[in-house]
Design a protein around this ligand. Structure first.
Ligand SMILES: Nc1ncnc2c1ncn2[C@@H]1O[C@H](COP(=O)(O)OP(=O)(O)OP(=O)(O)O)[C@@H](O)[C@H]1O
Ligand SMILES: [Mg+2]
Length: 316
């Protein structure tokens, strides 16, 4: 049985799992026998789709480990279908993930992107992201926590349940209801592992400690992704992406000053105080407001000036 993978005109990948149009690659009699031309066409489309995925991932700066894993998941899905076509057992893999990293290193952004990608790969039916934290899971009396956690899992079916600062579930010790939330989650991860993807995120040290609290926890997350702090060069690229997106540019002097400032802050701040991409976003937003005020005061509405953030606009 053939599973066409199509590249839409807009570059989006569309994997058709149970398409009625299977005859896109007509069979030559025997199951799975394609002419050489058809085989080549199928392979090209799959590689095109892989390249489209790469382009999408490349919109995010850095994060090479995450990108590698997403490509592997894609490859696994394609090969899994090929294996089925060849009469082999379909593979099953839970895709629950652990994200470890400091603030602003892209965890929430990536969780959202993964939802979209897995939906497009038809691994998830909806691909939506539900972001939750301790208070959304932990209740106030016996039985309340299990109920709240079950409800949350229910809402997440077909998509991703993303629990930020997940280590806080393990903070209160044995008597805390957080443990009940963990136990309920663990149970649902197994029972419904094909129906939703659970992503737990948090700072590295806290997450490492959290995983020691329940011996079965670590092995239930086959995918662990580290989100390292960005280098100054990467932060400058992130700033560039954000500016492009908002249709602003830095003047040469503003670029130089911002870079020098980032180098300075990064050498000064202890690791988990600096908020990486979020810091860049905040500086840009403050600077854009200062720029607006300056132009309004100067009555300067020239197109180039409307776009250009100068060093005197930088608010860091
Ligand atoms: N690799 C990246 N490329 C482009 N922009 C990025 C990247 N990483 C982060 N950003 C931007 O930085 C900001 C913060 O990212 P995000 O909210 O995903 O971080 P986080 O790891 O979830 O932080 P926290 O732990 O504090 O919740 C967002 O505006 C995001 O768009
Ligand atoms: Mg986040």
């Amino acid at each position: 049985m053939d599973q066409p993978i199509r590249l839409k005109n807009n570059g989006q990948i569309n994997i058709v799992l149970n398409s009625q149009k299977r005859h896109a690659y007509p069979k030559e009699g025997e199951r799975g026998t394609l002419t050489q031309k058809q085989r080549k066409q199928a392979t090209t489309e799959e590689l095109d789709a892989l390249q489209a995925l790469e382009r999408e991932l490349d919109q995010l700066v850095g994060l090479s480990e995450m990108k590698k894993i997403m490509k592997e998941i894609y490859a696994w899905i394609v090969i899994n279908k090929k294996r089925q076509e060849a009469g082999l057992k379909p593979g099953k893999q839970a895709l629950h993930m652990l994200f470890k990293g400091n603030p602003g290193t892209g965890k929430t952004t990536v969780a959202r992107l993964i939802g979209t990608l897995l939906q497009r790969m038809e691994v998830l039916s909806k691909g939506h992201l539900i972001e939750a934290e301790r208070a959304d899971l932990v209740g106030e009396y016996i039985g309340h926590t299990a109920q709240k956690t079950r409800d949350l899992v229910k809402k997440s079916l077909g998509g991703i349940l993303f629990i930020d600062e997940a280590y806080s579930l393990g903070r209160g010790g044995e008597k805390d209801f957080g443990k009940e939330a963990i136990d309920t989650l663990v149970k649902h991860m197994e029972d419904k592992h094909q129906e939703f993807v659970l992503i737990l995120a948090g700072y590295k040290e806290e997450m490492d400690h959290f995983l020691t609290l329940n011996p079965g926890l670590y092995s239930r997350f086959p995918i662990v992704i580290d989100f390292p702090d960005y280098t100054t060069k990467e932060l400058m690229e992130i700033a560039q992406t954000m500016l492009d997106d908002k249709e602003y540019v830095f003047s040469q002097e503003a670029t130089r000053q911002f870079q020098a400032h980032l180098e300075n802050v990064q050498s000064r701040e202890s690791n988990n105080h600096f908020s990486n991409g979020r810091y860049v976003r905040n500086v840009l937003e403050k600077s854009i407001r200062a720029h607006s005020m300056r132009l309004l005061t100067e009555q300067e509405f020239d197109r180039a000036e409307l776009m250009t953030l100068r060093s005197l606009d930088l608010k860091m």
